[in-house]
Design a protein around this ligand. Sequence first.
Ligand code: CP
Length: 322
Amino acid sequence: MSEPKFPKHLISINDLQKEHINQVLTLSEDLKAKKRSNLCLQGKLLATLFFEPSTRTRLSFEAAIKKLGGSVISEIDQSSSASAKGESFSDSIKISSLYSDAIVLRHPHEGSAKLASEISDVPIINAGDGSNEHPTQTLLDLFSIQESMGAIDGLNVAFVGDLKHGRTVHSLAKALSHYDVRLYFISPSNLMLPDQIAYELSIKGVKYSFHKSYDEVIDKLDILYMTRLQQERLDIKTEVTPYCLKLSDLSKAKKHLRVLHPLPRVDELDTKIDATDHAYYFQQAQNGLYVRQALLLKLLSNQNTMQGLVNDQTNTFSLSHT
Ligand code: CP
């Protein structure tokens, strides 16, 4: 049976069927194991447009395309772009799409990536749109969960922190609805998971519960997904009780519990955990490279403009045969 065609754009994790996710995870595993050195995107140009700060997402996308033989144009300082002269977001996207084969976009406004996809002739990859979604982070999170646990089905996964504004939480919770998992959402009452996402999980039959403290569930967990307080999205009047995961908090945890964090971390994750087997967040960040390589290969193989997917030996390789 043929594999489902990849969508043109990646705006929400819901744009991907489980088969698409599996394709990305399998290809990422091969790339990490250096089994697919024949794949390349030579001559292809990725535009990275970041209207918000980033380290991991931008650098790993840029490393990903460059390691596949492609190149990058980047706009990260809006004060030196035509936006500073009043150019509209729509015009900036239109122009960028004329110069590139795909655009990786991060923007503070929810819905910006969707709007860009309606303007751009080339694929838009959502690298975070406000509090909404961060689907490429989800792919590397899934990869890291599968890599560290051997499988995703059967796991108990807890999300901790600012679940209201955490876009990585929103996308990952949605993606986990494809699997047989039990979810725990741990947050202050004013930073709970949005109702809409809880509703989506209910519709899909996912088992979940809400908690105020990880002490209530720590001994049950396989994955503890910590998140940062999204200070940049908080109302100035919002009072919050921040979490800080300390090494001693893990004393009752299962030996194989893995702590994930999309990073950057601020105060919510004690650096003393870094040296323990529980810490998996640096491997998680590194996995972003392989997962974004896989994603670029999959997304760009759909495009007529992309003739760069070649087998070094035969020049006849097609990703549809993977
Ligand atoms: N995880 C993540 O999105 O990190 P950056 O903000 O550094 O890109």
